[in-house]
Write a protein that binds this ligand. Structure first.
Ligand code: SAM
Length: 254
């Protein structure tokens, strides 16, 4: 995957609100993507980002992302923050989505340091967020920092597979899939998550261009007749069933 060439292709295709005829997608671009960030979000994340950036403490990390391989190694917290946490326009997007849509329940696959979780929580403070993380030390740091004293967030120490197979499915309004970036795994999670979603559930899939495998999986999802709305936002993809509408795909400028 040549990410630079991919970005050029994306930019040439990507649309702003002009030329979008779908009312739902027009509203997404015209309203949701323009929601101003609150002062509370700006100040909380400033202090959290600063704390993580300055933290050189090494922790023991269990990596569950690469197939079934469980690699134990140490990583500094500032390096985990730099490489794994949602930031910039994509973190803003998480905030904006929970702020704009009627979302009362969120499922996040992959907590890491809780940065994405914090954005979703501040977007809608009444939403009940369940976030899954299999690495105990990474989760501990999230709970001591970004997710400290936030009762609306339930953090589960679990692999995605264990959680999804051992609990009775309930439909979430928003599902953020941000861990185990492997195309086959992504397709598998999405198929399992069908039982955990309703017709208007918003799925955000992170790192759709992470690898050739992830990109192939994304293209299969776009073609899948089950999903009537898909939006390519370059790094992230949005997927919704919305079976009451015509099947449509958009490349959106974010
Ligand atoms: C990219 S990070 C998540 C970033 C976070 N969502 C954010 O927005 O800041 C991915 C996390 O998923 C966890 N993870 C990956 N595969 C997993 C699995 N199969 N089960 C549980 N956790 C997993 C990793 O340990 C890592 O902390």
């Amino acid at each position: 995957m040549n990410i630079f060439a991919e970005y050029i292709k994306y930019r040439l295709k990507a649309k702003g609100r002009h030329g979008i005829h779908s009312p739902f997608v027009y509203d997404f671009v015209d309203q949701c993507l323009r929601i101003p960030l609150t002062e509370e979000l700006k100040s909380k994340r400033k202090s959290i980002y600063q704390a993580y950036r300055q933290n050189q403490q090494p922790i023991q990390v269990k990596d569950f992302g690469a197939g079934s391989k469980k690699l134990g190694h140490t990583r500094k917290i500032n390096s985990i923050f730099k490489n794994s946490s949602s930031k910039g326009i994509y973190a803003d997007l998480l905030f904006r989505i929970t702020a704009h849509y009627p979302i009362s329940t969120v499922l996040e696959l992959g907590t890491s340091l809780g940065v994405g979780t914090l954005h979703m929580q501040l977007g809608n403070k009444n939403a009940e967020i369940t976030t899954l993380e299999a690495c105990p030390e990474t989760r501990r740091i999230a709970l001591e920092n970004s997710l400290k004293q936030i009762p609306q967030v339930t953090s589960e120490l679990t692999t995605f597979d264990d959680y999804l197979s051992k609990h009775t499915p309930k439909a979430f309004d928003f599902i953020f899939v941000d861990g185990h970036h492997d195309g086959t795994a992504l397709l598998n999670y999405l198929s399992i998550l069908d039982a955990w979603s309703h017709d208007e559930t918003i799925f955000i899939l992170d790192d759709i261009r992470w690898s050739d495998g992830m990109w192939e999986a994304w293209n299969q999802i776009v073609k899948n007749s089950k999903y009537h709305l898909t939006m390519d936002l370059f790094r992230m993809g949005i997927v919704m069933k919305r079976t009451h509408q015509e099947k449509e795909h958009f490349t959106i400028k974010i």
